[in-house]
Design a protein around this ligand. Structure first.
Ligand code: E4P
Length: 216
């Protein structure tokens, strides 16, 4: 399973890439807004320069023709742009047109296998089931990820599943177990993934033992 960072924060993206474990980035209008009143195009282009892989950014239009026009413009910003299109009827129509033009689509805000089926049929390169938001309303978000992965495997389809709306390290482990191709993680979760108290205790004990014997 590959890891993407779910952020528009340049410092966090630089760190993730420096660690050598981040191969893509996902943004959305809320994440971009968190960076303040920025020059949207400039920010996304900068992210695309830093990241060695797909960078998803979302359209704001609500109707298919608006989404298509917006996506065509955004897709010119960099070679690694993926356009996020929402998993609704207008989004299906836009995805069908854009995928035929060779524009990569991340079919986002996906909450069911049926939505994923339509996104895949329309030619989306990625589908993004939102795990945390499903968990928030008492559903099993990771079951939706698992179902989509099984469906794609059964029919040997090339669309990749991005487990999205990841809230904690447990989500990452389960996403890997159910076979998600990618998990897009907030920076905070990336940092949490490496933490284990026994590692810290072990490092300290090695240094203490060494110092006790070797110091003079
Ligand atoms: C993914 O592409 C989305 O940007 C993101 O994972 C949404 O997460 P949230 O539900 O925590 O806002």
């Amino acid at each position: 399973m590959r890891l993407f960072l779910d952020t528009a924060n340049i410092e966090h993206i630089r760190h993730g890439v420096r660690l050598g474990v981040i191969s893509g980035v996902t943004t959305n209008p809320s994440l971009i807004s968190r960076e303040g009143k920025v020059d949207y195009q400039k920010l996304v282009k900068e992210i695309c320069d830093i990241v060695p892989g797909p960078v998803s950014t979302e359209v704001l239009s609500q109707d298919a023709s608006g989404m298509i026009n917006e996506a065509r413009q955004v897709a010119k910003w960099a070679d690694n742009i993926v356009v996020k299109i929402p998993a609704n009827l207008e989004g299906v129509e836009a995805t069908s047109v854009l995928s035929k033009e060779g524009i990569k689509v991340n079919f986002t805000l996906c909450f069911s296998l049926n939505q994923a089926l339509l996104g895949v049929a329309a030619g989306a390169s990625f589908v993004s089931p939102f795990v945390g938001r499903l968990d928030d309303i008492g559903e099993d978000g990771m079951k939706v990820v698992e179902d989509i992965v099984k469906f794609l495997r059964f029919y040997q389809l090339p669309t990749q599943v991005i487990a999205a709306s990841i809230r904690h390290p447990q989500h990452c482990m389960v996403a890997a177990k159910v076979g998600a191709h990618i998990a897009t993680v907030p920076y905070k979760v990336l940092l949490q993934m490496i933490q284990h108290p026994l590692t810290d205790i072990g490092v300290k004990r090695f240094i203490d033992d060494w110092t006790r014997v070797m110091k003079d």
